[in-house]
Design a protein around this ligand. Structure first.
Ligand code: ZN
Length: 235
């Protein structure tokens, strides 16, 4: 494991953003495309012979690389309960170095386990989510949330954090869960986190978050499903 103790991390400066006019000079596209959004396997849970992958997403934005959920970089006995076996898949260093903005859909340990790689980097989360992670028992691995240099940017509801990158509260899986909607030249794309663990669950529309994603009717990423598709409400 290449990961050391949190105290071994050096704080880094918040990267300065590239202004649009500079982006034009550098030949960077002003509008995002579907190809600017990439998926990365960042964890895998093995239970009873079944494998559940966990994906993080990156958005190659002109103002810097956005990382949505940080997966896992190591594990701890606290999460290995009831026969669950968790395998961390840290992101490549090359990506980690370029991350300018982090978003957590929510703070369950398999979505925030890599947050410790980003001291001093803004981490966008709903205020409710952070409060619950800090106070509720058995919610997450709290040391993976609050680490030296953690720089949370808390939101009460909707927020456009960069041009074309919006956060929308999508409660259900957790009360403070949020999704990311990315505007591309082919229309919006939803980075849905755990709004549903699989599409069949999402399409039942049992939670406000699921109903929102069904209304958006856009290509949707779910954290634990490799396939990307447009969900349709089942009636
Ligand atoms: Zn979760």
């Amino acid at each position: 494991m290449s990961y050391g103790s949190p105290s071994g991390l050096t704080p880094r400066e918040i990267k300065s953003y590239v202004r649009p006019e500079q982006a034009a000079e550098k030949g960077v596209k002003a509008v995002l495309s579907r190809d600017d959004i990439r998926r990365h396997l960042t964890s895998e849970m093995v239970f009873d012979g079944d494998r559940l992958p966990g994906f993080s997403d990156t958005i190659e934005h002109r103002e810097g690389l956005v990382l949505v959920d940080t997966g896992m970089i190591d594990t701890t006995p606290a999460v290995e309960e009831d026969g669950e076996e968790w395998h961390p898949y840290p992101l490549p260093d090359e990506l980690v170095r370029r991350v300018a903005v982090v978003v957590n859909t929510h703070l369950h340990f398999d979505h925030c386990g890599g947050n410790r790689l980003f001291p001093g980097i803004p981490i966008h989360v709903q205020r409710r989510e952070l409060a619950d992670a800090r106070t509720e028992d058995d919610y997450t691995v709290r040391e993976w949330v609050d680490f030296p240099g953690a720089t949370y940017v808390e939101h009460d509801g909707e927020a456009e954090i960069l041009p074309g990158v919006r956060l929308l509260p999508a409660p259900g899986h957790t009360a403070g869960h949020q999704i990311v909607v990315v505007e591309t030249d082919e229309g919006p794309v939803v980075l849905g986190g755990d709004v549903g663990h699989w599409f069949e669950e999402l399409e039942r529309g049992d939670t406000p978050g699921q109903q929102l994603v069904l209304e958006l009717a856009a290509p949707t990423h779910l954290a634990h499903v490799a396939e990307v598709r447009v969900p349709h409400a089942r009636s």
